[in-house]
Design a protein around this ligand. Structure first.
Ligand code: GCW
Length: 717
């Protein structure tokens, strides 16, 4: 018996050693994200890096400094394939010095007051310099968290093969609140992890049933990933919010996560169910109340008491995210109060602790206007200036709902006194879930660079949200997360690039999609320059391809009820404004929603000259054509083709692109880790099937109305 046991153990040890020891055989399951830290394969570069870094000095002893040391140990030993010593003083050349004027006497002596004065709490500098007569690399910041961001930036330079002997980097975030929103539900029954609304990578990362006693190591890995791209907050629960998260029992669990995230500079936030005071008592026994009316003094008292309780457990709690009077959620309008009155109640309760309220502008009450696209603007613009200073109006990028392509939500630029926080969707609810390879940075850049003309030419959405246009006191951006319990985090290796890009753009919206893709590929997949180029070209066109095979030329919201497949034929849904036929308006004359001045007049919500440009079918950009106009089937497009022919061409362009991506991927077999290669191959094969289904379903359906043949040119491709 005993011998059998020992024999088995020996065999196990043998195999574990074998797997661990043979780097190439150990397939990549994607868990390590963009932290591969594998040895630099270019011999010259490796030698240069090895010469440039022989020791590290981090004098600070905070938890964040400990994280910095751990990361550098992991990163440098892997990338440089040598042991780098960690010292407390500089006694040789090639020292990486990391510190703030407070935590490091070395940095203090360098007198960096000038270079650090505009760097705030999160910014950093990285430069080559002489310290005590030795050549060193310096990462300096005002606060430890700035050092952590600088450290990740420095490691990224090495991971992406940059030269590091002439560094002079100054970096700080352009946006203050950079959040990841989790639409995670509470667990049911014994399952430790709840589901995720519109999540396609498994269940929630948060094991509520185990917390606070058991703390999954994955929480720290999650925080590390976020910190590496500059994300500084997590909303832990779904905006369709369950009251349970505000119970004392859950606040203690939330506090535990906050403890894990804190060294990484990440604050926790919670989504609020507005009816909360009617659902539970505070720890001090106030409630449950019969009302949640924001102007009722007992309700105000309830919230003040709840806020005190929250901050007792989580002293740096970030604040509240609120979906109110939207899609059936309770809200202040239940008591005939405005969104501003509703938000201010919560804002007052947490203002003393420095908390913020993110009040969602994703509202589309049918009574406001027959055109859903107009409603948020109509409800929120009259409230501008009525919100407290610690309130954001949080708006989705487009006026409808994370569609493959939308024009910008006209609230951006129109709210002057209320800071607008941009909400993007990293998870791909309407762009093929975690199955389709769609790189989203180009989409986000299109929105960020969209000129609202709010204050004349150059009033881009980016300038609205980073506060330069209207001098917002607070600035913010949120991304609805695509993470889940899947081993590879995002369900599809390539979709890790969207998490990555979101963080990078939140930090610096001036980065290009190309630069970000380049970084991500090198850090995640390969250093081989030809392969990097090939993969990048696949990624960069993938969003436009998805638009083309799903909803080209400004079509939108014609998906089926799951939001995955096509549904143009659906003419009756639970609500008129969820019905595809309401959006595409196909008839014998043509296709598209007339939102011009002859139709719903949504165009009037934009600033001049945009409103005139969109209003006129001749000047409206074709990418938005069917969004703003009902266009005759034989309308002549810029290409010289009819609308019908152009529509068919676009659908086929989309599917051709997917087929091409799949073919291109096959040429990379020898360059890519085998597990990742197979994983992506399978996903692309499914994307070929799905995209063809979108194309054929939509073309066949619209053909009933156009009564025109599919042009031969596209079929023969
Ligand atoms: O995109 C829609 C989704 C809902 C979501 C809602 C929202 C969380 O289909 O699942 O609910 O938007 O953003 O509130």
């Amino acid at each position: 018996m005993k011998h059998t046991y020992m024999f088995r153990t020996a065999i196990l040890v043998f195999f574990v050693t074998l797997i661990a020891g043979t780097g190439n055989l150990y397939a990549d399951d994607g868990y390590d994200l963009w932290f591969k830290y594998s040895k630099i394969d270019d011999a010259q570069k490796l030698a240069d890096y090895q010469a440039a870094i022989s020791s590290v000095v981090v004098q600070g002893d905070s938890q964040t400094c400990q994280v910095i040391k751990d990361e550098l140990k992991k990163g440098l030993s892997g990338l440089l394939s040598k042991d780098v010593s960690f010292d407390n003083a500089i006694d040789k050349a090639g020292t990486l010095v990391i510190g703030t004027p407070e935590n490091s006497d070395i940095v203090k002596r360098l007198d960096l007051a000038d270079s650090l004065k505009d760097q705030g709490n999160e910014g950093f500098i990285i430069k080559n310099t002489q310290v005590d007569g030795e050549n060193c690399i310096l990462i300096a910041a005002n606060k430890d968290i700035g050092l952590l961001y600088g450290t990740f930036d420095f490691l990224r330079l090495i991971q992406t093969g940059e030269v590091i002997n002439n560094l002079d980097i100054t970096s700080k975030p352009r946006i203050q609140y950079r959040l990841l929103d989790h639409w995670d539900n509470a667990p049911r029954g014994n399952n430790a992890q709840g589901t995720i609304e519109r999540g396609y990578a498994g269940r929630s990362l948060w094991k509520w049933n185990e917390l606070p006693d058991t703390v999954d190591t994955r929480y720290a890995d999650y925080a590390r990933a976020n910190a590496s791209i500059g994300i500084n907050g997590s909303v832990l629960n779904n905006v369709n919010a369950n009251a349970i998260f505000f119970s004392t029992e859950y606040l203690k669990k939330v506090a535990k996560l906050a403890d894990v995230f804190r060294p990484y500079g990440i604050k926790v936030y919670l989504s609020v169910r507005y009816s909360l005071p009617t659902q539970m008592a505070t720890e001090n026994g106030i409630g449950p109340l019969r009302t949640a009316d924001p102007l009722d003094p007992t309700v105000q008292e309830w919230w003040k008491d709840k806020a005190q309780e929250i901050y007792k457990y989580i002293p740096d709690f970030g604040g509240f995210l609120v979906k109110a009077n939207s899609e059936g959620q309770p809200g202040p309008q239940d008591y005939n109060r405005t969104h501003a009155e509703g938000a201010n109640l919560l804002a007052d309760a947490i203002a003393p602790y420095g908390g913020i309220v993110m009040w969602r502008a994703f509202v589309y009450d049918e009574r406001v206007d027959p055109d859903r696209a107009k409603r948020a603007y109509m409800e929120f613009v009259p409230l501008d200036g009525k919100f407290k200073d610690n309130v954001f109006a949080q708006a989705k990028n487009g006026p409808i709902d994370f569609q493959p392509r939308e024009p910008v939500q006209p609230l951006f630029g129109a709210l002057k006194q209320t800071p607008v926080m941009l909400e993007l969707q990293v998870t791909k609810e309407y762009l093929g879930w975690s199955t389709h390879l769609v790189y989203l940075a180009p989409m986000w850049k299109e929105y960020l660079e969209f000129d609202t003309y709010a204050k004349g030419k150059g009033s881009t959405m980016a300038k609205v949200i980073d506060g330069t246009l209207d001098n917002y006191k607070i600035t913010g951006i949120a991304g609805v997360a695509n993470t889940g319990s899947d081993r590879n985090w995002c369900g599809h290796i390539f979709l890790q690039s969207n998490w990555y890009s979101y963080g990078r753009l939140a930090w610096d919206h001036e980065l290009t999609s190309d630069e970000i893709a380049d970084e991500w590929i090198k850090m995640t997949l390969t250093h081989d320059s030809e392969t990097v180029k090939t993969i990048k070209s696949m990624m960069l066109g993938s969003w436009e391809a998805c638009i083309n095979y799903q909803e080209p030329l400004g079509l939108h919201h014609i998906m089926d009820n799951s939001h995955y497949g096509p549904g143009p034929q659906i003419s009756r849904a639970a609500r008129i404004d969820w019905t595809p036929a309401y959006y595409h308006r196909a008839d014998a004359n043509g296709l598209g929603f007339d939102r011009s001045s002859t139709g719903s007049n949504f165009t009037s919500q934009y600033f001049s000259p945009l409103k005139e440009e969109f209003d006129d079918i001749e000047t409206c950009p074709e990418k938005y054509l069917l969004w703003f106009h009902h266009v005759p089937w034989d309308y002549k497009m810029k290409s010289g083709r009819t609308l019908w022919d152009e529509l068919c061409v676009k659908y086929y362009q989309g599917t051709d692109y997917v087929e091409q991506m799949a073919k291109t991927w096959q040429t990379l077999k020898d360059e890519i880790d085998p597990e990742i290669f197979e994983h992506v191959t399978a996903k692309l094969n499914q994307q070929i099937i799905d995209s063809a289904r979108w194309r054929d379903t939509c073309i066949q359906y619209f053909q009933r109305y156009s009564d025109m043949p599919i042009p031969d040119s596209v079929k023969s491709n």
